[in-house]
Design a protein around this ligand. Structure first.
Ligand SMILES: NC(=O)c1ccc[n+]([C@@H]2O[C@H](COP(=O)([O-])OP(=O)(O)OC[C@H]3O[C@@H](n4cnc5c(N)ncnc54)[C@H](O)[C@@H]3O)[C@@H](O)[C@H]2O)c1
Length: 415
């Protein structure tokens, strides 16, 4: 468990209970099949192969270059081209699903039906209805269900949320999440015919773009910190810069509203990377920026009026020099450099630990608490945000898709 062993508060991250039998499972094996070993799938495999408790029994892909690369990581893996044949393989306990978003639903449903444990990359599915059905299938399957939300296992995020929950920063009054990049997200293709297959993220039939690819990681931090699920969302999306052969937005802004009036913003612009990505948790006594590994208290003494005057002159705020110093301090962002959450920035981002947790859960056949629900709501909010932008209206979180979790109460509806 590395960096955070022993330091984790199970109250904040109850899914860490998965490691409680870690010593007893030495010598046991989780036998995994990887479906869709493309870019992410291979990244996951690179961690799985390092875990002595894991054997990658098989890989399945419909694209030969992905198979070729996957076999370099797991040369002994059996190769399948049809995931349904892989699911028939009795040597396989569990599957990792890392295909494009629109393929997750059928594969996950079939995997549970075949009695496999499931790790599904985020976002869980292409629609709220599919996401809900997968969750319900998991509930009746007696199998474990993980989602690729690695921040749940990232020590920076765990410490940040622990500190927020401890009340050290006062009340949460706002959450600003954003992920800005400056590239078109397009991958090179060997032939134009393969563009939709390889650049599936840019096509509406396969993806919901920024929301399902990026936002789901960040919205989950907001709800984890708040211990609440927002009930309303509105937003606007557009294609403003990368117009070439692209169907999904490259510029989005959403506001998620909690019932106590707190708002969580989500912004992403794919043509400017200056501010990068962050989840800023704005509390009455401090601010937390987990991605930067930092927190800041509010009570930094205001700059003396004399320094303020120099600053104002340097910034050409006044046409001519005033006789007296300013008697006010503008609320521009201050120079508070803050404190580090962790003395040393961890090397990974939680992915390795998330996969170790999956292997433990497969072996013990025990679902860690709340991990599926965190994944469910991360996907649900991303999809709802996307829908609000598409329909250009404010949406309520639909009762029929609420789970019995946090402020949402389960309502049994057959769909
Ligand atoms: N957790 C994270 O931080 C993270 C990061 C990147 C991607 N992802 C997720 O991982 C998933 C895959 O993303 P990617 O960038 O690796 O995409 P990718 O296109 O690189 O890989 C997808 C692979 O699935 C294969 N595939 C398509 N249909 C298939 C089918 N029916 N059966 C078997 N294989 C099939 C493709 O040929 C390809 O090799 C997405 O859901 C994405 O959101 C998660």
């Amino acid at each position: 468990m590395g960096v955070i062993s022993g330091g984790v508060l199970l109250a904040t991250s109850p899914w860490f209970s998965v490691f409680s039998e870690q010593k007893n499972t030495v010598g046991s094996l989780a036998r995994i099949g990887v479906i869709g070993p493309g870019s992410r799938g291979q990244f996951l495999m690179s961690f799985l192969t390092k875990n002595p408790k894991v054997e990658i029994v098989a890989v399945c892909d419909v694209y030969q270059p992905s198979i070729d690369s996957a076999l370099k990581i797991a040369p002994k893996a059996k190769v399948y081209n049809d995931y349904r044949r892989l699911l028939e393989d009795k040597k396989i306990d569990a599957v990792v699903i890392a295909t494009p978003l629109d393929k997750h639903y059928q594969i996950a449903m079939d995997a549970f039906d075949a009695g496999k444990h499931v790790f599904c990359e985020k976002s869980i599915a292409y629609s709220l209805e599919e996401t809900y059905k997968i969750y319900q299938k998991y509930l009746t399957s007696n199998r474990v269900f993980f989602v690729g939300q690695q921040r749940l296992f990232d020590p920076r995020y765990i410490h940040a949320v622990e500190k927020v929950h401890s009340g050290e920063f006062g009340e949460i009054n706002g959450i600003r999440t954003f992920w800005h990049r400056n590239n078109d997200w397009r991958r090179p293709v060997p032939s134009g015919k393969l563009d939709e297959q390889i650049n599936w993220r840019l096509y509406k039939a396969h993806s919901k773009g920024i929301m399902t690819e990026l936002a789901c990681h960040q919205l989950q931090i907001g709800t984890w910190a708040m211990r609440q699920i927002p009930d309303k969302v509105m937003g606007h999306g557009a294609i403003t810069y990368w117009k070439e052969k692209r169907e999904v937005y490259d510029n989005v802004s959403c506001i998620f509203m909690f019932d106590n009036g707190v708002k969580m913003n989500y912004d992403s612009v794919l043509s400017n990377k200056f501010y990068g990505l962050e989840e800023q948790i704005l509390c009455s006594k401090g601010t937390v920026e987990p991605e930067k590994n930092k927190y800041y208290f509010e009570e930094i003494p205001p700059a003396p009026a004399f320094l303020q005057l120099i600053n104002d002159v340097e910034n050409a705020m006044f046409g001519s020099m005033p006789f007296a110093g300013t008697s006010w301090v503008p609320e521009t962002a201050n120079k508070n450099t803050g404190h580090y959450l962790l003395d040393k920035k961890p090397e990974g981002d939680g992915t390795s630990l998330l996969l170790e947790a999956f292997a433990e859960a497969i072996i013990t056949q025990k679902q860690p608490e709340l991990i599926a629900e965190e994944g469910y709501y991360a996907t649900a909010l991303s999809l709802l945000g996307h829908q609000a932008m598409e329909e250009e209206r404010m949406l309520d979180f639909p009762d029929m898709y609420k789970l019995n979790y946090l402020n949402h109460k389960s309502i049994e509806v057959a769909i």
